[in-house]
Design a protein around this ligand. Structure first.
Ligand SMILES: Cc1cc2nc3c(=O)[nH]c(=O)nc-3n(C[C@H](O)[C@H](O)[C@H](O)COP(=O)(O)O)c2cc1C
Length: 357
């Protein structure tokens, strides 16, 4: 068990969830529980997506490191890639507290943070610093692919101006960019998933940027299945190269047991699994190899990860399971994946991708 897990997880669980999160970020910036050297991944976990090399397919989902404060510690902990954000053009404080709730009985979280972040200026200063080599290492960067997840301010936003402006600010620092049009906590944001609106936003980015890192669109699990095919075609025609499936849900499955289940906001973790899987299957069938797919929502075991890859995912992301289990989660997920791959004679993740479709 890592030091952070052993010493601080019981303590963190007693704290208000947002205070605990701030504490964990602070500890990581100080290097607590972060190995000096990134653990070597077994080569069978390696995968290549959109020309990028991932030494393992497990990323930290957006929202954990909104201000790009701990990109390198997350990489050193063993994540295969790190997505920072959601960042907006201007800093904003988000919704009133409390706005983050643990549903322990359900292994879930409800959040209505509302894009609290320090804004794009501080975000890019940190990314630029990251690219400078550190004395103990020869190269700069985090050593893993980095994504920037971009979104709109609550007040005074203009999607066709703000998304291209955000792309301009992050494009030289990151390996991919995610358009977040699916957070349930910014009024009106999810309407941008409509095929026509999405196409206009993508066109506005193309008009301003001849070249930029691959664009992903992050989708909400609450989309009607009937609307998904046109959204996918619009994303492809507009030049997106990938989708993240999916963000948090406004739905409240009847199975929820926690007294916090009535809080408003986006639900994540175990109760999101069924919808995340169904939506991945649908998106993979429709996109039929034309898009890179990142599956997110309720992933908490190596078996879950292999299942998502069999359903067409190229990569996966975790948030809630990491919040509950801490850095030891990564070691466990990789161990479970390796055990299953070895016992089933799999040589690489590419061998099984899409085999369950
Ligand atoms: C506290 C919290 C904050 C989040 N903030 C963001 C965010 O800023 N941008 C975003 O795209 N997704 C955000 N998410 C959604 C996650 O990235 C992820 O899509 C979702 O939690 C499902 O994955 P999980 O079940 O592994 O948590 C947030 C989730 C949580 C729990």
């Amino acid at each position: 068990m890592s030091l952070l897990n052993a010493l601080s997880l019981p303590l963190l669980r007693c704290l208000d969830p947002e205070v605990a999160h701030q504490f964990a970020l602070e500890a990581m910036t100080w290097g607590v529980s972060v190995p000096l050297c990134r653990p070597q991944d077994n080569p069978v976990l390696e995968t290549r997506v959109l020309g990028l090399r991932f030494s393992n397919p497990i990323g930290i989902a957006a929202g954990f490191d909104k201000d790009a404060r701990v990109v390198r510690p997350l990489a050193q902990m063993g994540f295969g890639f790190v997505e920072a954000g959601t960042v907006t053009l201007r800093p904003q404080s988000g919704n009133p507290k409390p706005r983050l709730f643990r549903l322990e009985e359900d292994k879930a979280v409800i959040n209505r943070m509302g894009f609290n972040n320090q804004g794009i200026d501080r975000f890019t200063v940190r990314l630029a610093r990251l690219l400078r080599p550190v004395p103990s290492r020869r190269e700069g960067g985090a050593g893993v692919p980095i994504g920037a997840n971009i979104g709109l301010n609550k007040e005074g936003a203009n999607p066709e101006q703000d998304y291209p402006a955000l792309v301009a600010r992050v494009k030289s620092y990151v390996d991919y960019i995610v358009l977040n049009v699916s957070s349930p906590n910014t009024p009106g944001l999810r309407d941008l998933q409509n095929a026509t609106r999405l196409r206009k936003i993508l066109d506005s980015i193309t008009a301003r940027h001849a070249k930029h890192p691959p664009l992903f669109v992050k989708l909400a699990p609450d989309l009607d299945d009937e609307t998904i095919p046109t959204i996918i075609e619009s994303a492809i025609d507009g030049g997106a190269q990938g989708l993240i499936v999916c963000n948090t849900t406004l739905a409240r499955p009847l199975s929820l047991r926690s007294p916090k289940k009535g809080e408003s906001g986006g639900l994540s973790g175990r109760p999101l699994t069924t919808r995340a899987i169904a939506m991945l299957r649908l998106v993979a069938q429709i996109s039929a190899g034309r898009l890179a797919l990142i599956s997110c929502g309720g992933i908490e075991s190596g078996l879950d990860i292999l299942e998502r890859i069999r359903l067409g995912a190229h990569l996966v992301q975790v948030y809630t399971a990491f919040a509950y289990e801490g850095p030891d989660l990564l070691h466990r997920l990789k161990k479970e994946m390796l055990f299953l791959m070895q016992s089933q004679g799999m040589k690489s993740l590419d061998d099984i991708r899409g085999s369950a479709l």
